[in-house]
Write a protein that binds this ligand. Structure first.
Ligand code: C5P
Length: 299
């Protein structure tokens, strides 16, 4: 059996440009991978080469994860099977990352599947990144991890220098938000109000990340998807307020949400914020995480 780990991400900066003809939006984003992860177990079994024989999911929100060929893990295996010799496999996914939570859980699972299956396929890193980009905008980053600037759909990546480790409290919401819906809502809000504020570039965040000081990083966290996420789920305002009341340096919606990520001064501080937000009843569940973490990797 091969065990691979899929790490979640938070966008420290997410600037969204206009919609392109292909329906995607030009992004300027700074990703940071987090210690919060899913576990993927792949077991070679008898059957036609490159096929998925069984697929089961356990853990956080397992009931809402599809176990059909449209799951990104399954699609990753299908796509890799068109390029390399693979065995038939049983797949077991154990979720720790919330589903539809804005933390790239599904993308990270696909990246972990690519790493696991590549122990059979032996493809070059560039080929893996190419398959990753076909699977989804966040899959290339979750394959690599660390701290990176993403442009284009988010798939063109360059590393960002970052010092130290950052401590986060994460507030989950069992409801989930659809990423396309959040992007469309942003388009509609901008159409209705063209002078709506936009994130102004990631240079100041990049400079702050060099200090390794979360107090300097906090003011430069930005997310253009936060306004549409709040408009679709107004209760998130209370979640953000609650964590900041508990002393978090800053609370932001993670990616397209609805997870709220609170940057904290230390691991202890993050644990306090997570407890406070849960007790306040403004999140379904909370946890703590650290970043930057690794990308998808085989154990
Ligand atoms: O690439 P992925 O399939 O993960 O994207 C999911 C959806 O998010 C897209 O269908 C699109 O609606 C939206 N999206 C976007 N611009 C991006 C990335 C995602 O509009 N750069």
């Amino acid at each position: 059996m091969i065990t691979a780990y899929a790490h979640s991400k938070v966008n420290l900066y997410l600037g969204v440009g206009d919609a392109r003809e292909d329906g995607y939006h030009e992004l300027e984003t700074v990703f940071q991978s987090l210690s919060l992860k899913d576990r993927l177990e792949i077991t070679p079994v008898a059957g036609d080469p490159g096929t998925v024989q069984s697929f089961n999911v356990t853990g956080l929100g397992a009931a809402s994860v599809p176990t059909t060929p449209d799951n990104l893990v399954w699609r990753a295996i299908d796509l890799m099977a068109t390029r390399a010799q693979l065995p038939a496999v049983d797949v077991h996914l154990h979720k720790g990352i919330p589903t539809a939570g804005g933390m790239a859980g599904g993308s990270a699972d696909a990246a972990a599947a690519l790493r696991a299956m590549n122990t059979y396929a032996g493809l070059e890193e560039a080929e893996l990144l190419d398959i990753a980009a076909q699977l989804g905008s966040d899959v290339p980053f979750t394959l690599l991890g660390g701290t990176m600037l993403g442009t284009g759909r988010g798939e063109n990546l360059v590393p960002v220098l970052s010092r130290g480790s950052y401590h986060w409290a994460l507030a989950f919401n069992s409801a989930g938000l659809s990423t396309p819906k959040v992007f469309h809502t942003l388009d509609a809000m901008r159409d209705a109000k063209p002078d709506m504020p936009r994130a102004t570039g990631s240079n100041e965040l990049a400079a702050a990340l060099l200090t390794g000081d979360p107090k300097q990083v906090a003011p430069h966290l930005a997310n253009d998807l936060q306004a549409p996420a709040l408009s679709l789920m107004p209760a998130l305002r209370k979640t953000i307020h609650s964590g900041e009341q508990a002393g978090a340096l800053r609370g932001i919606v993670s990616g397209s949400g609805p997870t709220v990520a609170f940057l904290c001064e230390s691991a202890e501080h993050a644990a306090e914020v997570a407890d406070y937000v849960l007790d306040a009843g403004v999140a379904t569940a909370t946890t703590v995480a650290q970043g930057p973490a690794a990308g998808a990797h085989v154990d």
